[in-house]
Design a binder for this molecule. Structure first.
Ligand code: KFV
Length: 162
């Protein structure tokens, strides 16, 4: 059997041993959703329906994240719009709204294995927020990259439910 190929030269030496050599092309598999902070969910749902004709395809409350969320389908694409409203004053969304007002809060990439991608990004020196993935929309497993390590964008990693 051929020996394993050398890792690309620009990767740090302390990457997990089982990383495929063709990174980063395989790291992110799509844009899962774009998250928008809204102060009032019902108002926002009405605005997006009446203005852009976007319909809500899924709604839930994530108590752990302190958010009420609604996923809106955009045409036949697989990237959805996620409206996020805080359910408590300690929610990250409440802090974001207070500081920045309504608007783009996060960009969420779909991944096949959230632990693996988190390990790669940590090894590249980025702050990944949670030690272990947490529960996300519709049974997904999620983690986040700190916006200060990602060009000012809060990056969410989403491993969809199987
Ligand atoms: N985008 C860009 N910059 C941001 C930011 C954001 N969303 N949030 C904070 N910042 C900047 C902020 O402007 C400030 O910069 C600095 O980060 C610290 O802000 O240059 P500046 O002015 O110093 P703080 O102090 O307001 O925020 P902090 O308490 O540090 O919290 C930031 C962060 C990213 C650690 C926190 O928001 C967080 O833990 N976020 C991850 C969890 C989250 O956002 N949950 C809600 C979505 S739940 C979800 O999406 C789900 C369930 N799902 O499945 O999709």
């Amino acid at each position: 059997m051929d020996p394993a190929p050398d890792p690309p030269a620009d990767l740090p030496a302390d990457l997990p041993a089982d990383l495929p050599a063709d990174l980063p092309a395989d790291l992110l598999t799509g844009v899962d959703h774009v998250g928008i902070a809204v102060p009032d969910m019902d108002e926002a749902l009405a605005f997006y329906a009446d203005t852009f004709g976007l319909t809500c395809v899924h709604e839930e409350v994530n108590e752990n994240q302190g958010v009420r969320e609604a996923m809106l389908a955009v045409g036949a694409g697989s990237t959805q719009l996620q409206l996020l409203a805080p359910t408590s004053s300690s929610s990250p969304l409440a802090k974001f709204l207070e500081r920045s007002g309504p608007g783009l809060q996060q960009l969420a990439y779909r991944v096949r294995d959230v632990e693996h991608v988190a390990a790669v990004l940590r090894a590249r020196g980025l702050r990944v927020l949670y030690d272990e993935p947490r529960a996300g929309t519709a049974g997904s497993r999620i983690n986040f990259v700190h916006p200060k390590d990602a060009g000012g964008v809060l990056v969410e990693l989403v491993e969809p439910a199987r």
